[in-house]
Design a protein around this ligand. Structure first.
Ligand SMILES: Nc1ncnc2c1ncn2[C@@H]1O[C@H](COP(=O)(O)OP(=O)(O)O)[C@@H](O)[C@H]1O
Ligand SMILES: [Mg+2]
Length: 292
């Protein structure tokens, strides 16, 4: 599906004009031979040693694509995401966005985390405004904040403070803040991981609506196989092999069907089993591999 056809889908009957200023950028992201070593904790009398976390991650993510990144806890998902946004520097390889290299924190990316990280003394609107690009005029800024709040269904909650709203609402405000600067790449690190099951499903639908209205490229780290299959164009399974230390790409699956997908679809059930097996979990939920 092309980016432009996504852009033409307007959720909730929102006026095209109101969304035009929000996000209309989507950049391709290329990982080229990414490796990352961390200094291992040094024991007395031992020489310095490095712990390899990632090795040889090479992948192109298309403009406007939603890529889900799955993998066991501690395998390097967040590290890979941080490297994409220039929040961490790879030990090998490089990342390019829209063809130009990432060097330091990259303004073309916006990041969302498991916790909303809102400022408690600010209203939701003022928190969203924190994400606005510099140099945007006061009036244009206020307009964009109110459009974004509408987009995430918080139009009526603009003047509330974070402690006055639910976890799901706070997370929606955080999403609006991330979108405020019109990012070409949205990096989401288990953004719904702290929410209850029902709220999580609603947030997944909201993310699809937002992505349809504002066709940015999304890299979504999740540990939820169903979430990955519901939201992503492709699912990247990151994991360690037996041959060398460090996690790398073990599998890339293209998810069939248009979104929103039928959560009960038989083809998805097959992919789900395949991904769970790749994660070392059999169909009964037992771990089939020893993990460290
Ligand atoms: N700044 C750091 N210094 C040393 N080790 C780190 C650092 N950041 C991450 N690690 C290690 O790298 C591994 C991968 O971490 P992370 O990317 O957070 O995994 P995931 O997000 O998949 O759970 C972990 O073993 C973690 O301890
Ligand atoms: Mg992580």
């Amino acid at each position: 599906m092309s980016t432009s056809s996504r852009a033409s889908v307007r959720p909730g009957g929102a006026a095209a004009s109101a969304l035009d200023g929000i996000a209309n950028t989507a950049y391709s992201v290329a990982f080229e031979g990414i490796g990352r070593d961390f200094q291992a904790e040094k024991k007395r009398g031992e020489p310095d040693s490095a712990k390899r976390v990632l090795r040889d991650v090479t992948l192109e993510v298309g403009a406007g694509e939603v890529l889900a990144i799955l993998g066991a806890s501690g395998c390097g998902k967040s590290t890979l995401l941080r490297i994409a946004g220039g929040l961490d520097i790879p030990s090998a390889g490089r990342v390019t966005i829209d063809g130009s290299a990432v060097n330091g924190i990259d303004a073309r990316c916006a990041v969302g985390f498991q916790e909303p990280r809102l400022l408690p003394w600010r209203t939701l609107a003022a928190n969203v405004a924190l994400g606005l690009p510099r140099g945007l005029g006061r009036e244009a800024g206020a307009l964009r904040v109110s459009e974004l709040l509408d987009l995430v269904g918080l139009g009526a909650a603009a003047t509330l403070r974070p402690r006055e709203v639910s976890g799901g609402m706070a997370q929606r405000a955080a999403l609006a803040r991330a979108l405020a600067r019109n990012p070409g790449v949205l990096l989401l690190d288990e953004p719904f991981g702290a929410l209850d099951a029902l709220t999580r499903l609603k947030m997944q639908d909201l993310l699809l609506d937002v992505h349809a209205a504002a066709p940015t490229t999304v890299l979504l780290v999740t540990h939820d196989v169903d979430e990955a299959l519901q939201l992503a164009d492709r699912v990247l399974l990151l994991g360690a092999g037996d041959d060398a230390p460090g996690a790398t790409i073990r599998q890339i699956l293209t998810v069939p069907g248009q979104r929103p997908r039928d959560r009960g679809d038989a083809e998805l059930a097959e992919l789900r089993a395949e991904l769970l097996a790749g994660l070392g979990v059999d169909r009964h939920g037992y771990s089939t591999r020893s993990t460290t």
